[in-house]
Design a protein around this ligand. Structure first.
Ligand code: PGA
Length: 251
């Protein structure tokens, strides 16, 4: 069975006290959420331990936004997967377009990070998506296919049980410009076929594929109604508990 997930990527927003308050509000409101939808929050590293305390005993899962590409050692400023699991982190986002664009994240590095995360028992939310130039040049299917293959084809069908994909067209992130449900669906279906090609139809069917990019309560219903869209990776709208839960109630 495919899992439905709504994950909130807080990016570099909120102070620790503000993040704790936001997490508390999400936990409170999540009590009314029907079973079958998993909520995930991804605060900045500094917030993780405090937010983990807030989430204890709730249905909300904790995610990091990134992890190091080494196990431990002299890598100033980096955070290892073992540090994340030690405070109860269950997920990490990897390959967000902002990391690819501003911090030189490559598919090769993502293979290493994904391997470390999975070995440590972390689930991975792997982001893929084309930028505006690539879409306008009609290359969006090729870009997303390559990003998916370049990372996931290094893993096994068993590994994929702990991987979620997030399709996030870069031109839709933080711009207020959402992909139409039809535009998102055709890419989600493409990603699923890329997975089926290597791992078989059953594995592809079970894969959770999220949409991200200006997703909000007013457009989530239409997006989530598509057969290959299994939830969302939410940026801006994840910073308000009401909006975040509004999206989670859109299935
Ligand atoms: P957005 O960000 O919802 O603010 O567009 C989504 C993301 O980058 O994960």
């Amino acid at each position: 069975m495919r899992k439905l997930i709504v994950a909130g990527n807080w990016k570099m927003n909120t102070t620790v006290p503000e993040g704790v308050e936001l997490a508390k509000a999400i936990v409170e409101k999540a009590k009314g959420l029907p079973a079958g939808v998993e909520l995930v929050v991804a605060p900045p590293f500094t917030h993780l331990a405090s937010v983990a305390d807030v989430l204890k005993g709730s249905k909300v899962c904790l995610s990091a936004q990134n992890c190091a590409d080494h196990e431990k050692g002299a890598y100033t400023g980096e955070v290892a997967v073992s540090m994340l699991t030690s405070i109860g982190c269950q997920y990490t986002i990897l390959g967000h377009s902002e990391r690819r664009q501003y911090y030189g994240e490559t598919d090769e590095k993502l293979v290493v990070k994904t391997k470390l995360a999975l070995e440590a028992g972390l689930k991975v939310i792997l982001c893929v998506g084309e930028n505006l130039d690539e879409r306008e040049a009609g290359k969006h299917f090729d870009v997303v296919t390559a990003q998916t293959k370049n990372v996931l084809y290094h893993f096994t069908a068993d590994d994929l049980k702990n991987v979620v994909i997030a399709y996030e067209p870069v031109w839709a992130i933080g711009t207020g410009k959402t992909a139409t449900a039809a535009q998102a669906e055709e890419i989600h279906a493409c990603i699923r076929s890329v997975i089926a090609e290597k791992f078989g139809a059953a594995v592809a069917e079970d894969m959770t594929i999220l949409y991200g990019g200006s997703c909000k309560p007013s457009n989530a219903k239409e997006l989530f109604a598509e057969k290959d869209i299994d939830g969302g990776l939410i940026g801006g709208a994840a910073l308000k508990a009401d909006d975040f839960l509004g999206i989670a109630e859109s299935f």
